[in-house]
Design a binder for this molecule. Structure first.
Ligand code: SAM
Length: 214
């Protein structure tokens, strides 16, 4: 998702109380930023933030960080935050490329990583850019707690098959896997639909999901 450049979005992001800036972060400092020791869950490529905002509302006992590469997309999440009646103290956003994730989080600082409808990068030569490549799993291993989880959803079968292989190649284990999430009672129980999930399941596409840990 890359939206038309929105004039002034960088300035709005720079002055937002909901945004932590990559250059100001130091790996290992997130519990200080949240002023508590609650577990930290992150979503990489959060888009307009619907999913992570719903999670943050439902789980005040967990700290959430939504990561998005583009200002033009992040600003939509900030608009949504402004519409909230009460601020969500357990949610921050950061605009950054996930390639730098190990600079922003320390080993063991994160308990769970959500990847939802990640960009497929269909060309083979771009495979390393996929957020479920083995190169990204190696980065995730560097920031997750022991037994920390990566949860990935997509309707893109080719990307999903690639991701299942990446999990194995990276030396991780599959904890759960389904090719039709919305029909799996147990896995779908607490499912929160993302923007893309709503759009693609309305077209009749089955949603694939895997959960992996190292
Ligand atoms: N997760 C949302 C959903 O399911 O509705 C949005 C999905 S959209 C297809 C993928 C999002 O990931 C885009 O907003 C894109 O800008 C972001 N993204 C892609 N690569 C990224 C990266 N390397 N670091 C951070 N965000 C990234």
């Amino acid at each position: 998702m890359r939206l038309r450049n929105i004039r002034g979005s960088r300035e709005v992001i720079a002055s937002s109380d909901y945004v932590v800036h990559e250059e100001e972060t130091k790996a290992g400092s997130w519990h200080q930023i949240f002023h508590n020791t609650h577990p930290i869950h992150i979503e990489i490529g959060m888009g307009k933030g619907k999913f992570i905002m719903a999670l943050a509302k439902a789980h005040p006992e967990i700290n959430y960080i939504g990561i998005e590469k583009y200002s033009s997309v992040l600003i939509r999440a900030l608009d949504k935050m402004k519409q909230e009646e009460t601020p969500l103290p357990n949610l921050y956003f950061i605009r950054m490329d996930a390639e730098n994730i190990t600079k922003v989080f320390a080993k063991g600082e994160v308990e769970r990583i959500y990847l939802n409808f990640s960009d497929p990068w269909p060309k083979d030569r771009h495979a390393k850019r996929r957020l479920t490549s083995k190169e990204f799993f190696a980065r995730y291993h560097k920031i997750l707690v022991t037994d920390g989880l990566v949860e990935f959803k997509t309707d893109n079968r080719a990307l999903f098959d690639f991701s299942v292989e990446s999990v194995k190649e990276a030396g991780w284990k599959l904890r759960a896997l389904t090719y039709d999430l919305h029909k799996e009672e147990e896995l779908n129980k607490d499912n929160i639909m993302t923007e893309y999930e709503e759009r693609f399941s309305a077209l009749g596409n089955p949603i694939h999901k895997l959960i992996a840990s190292y």
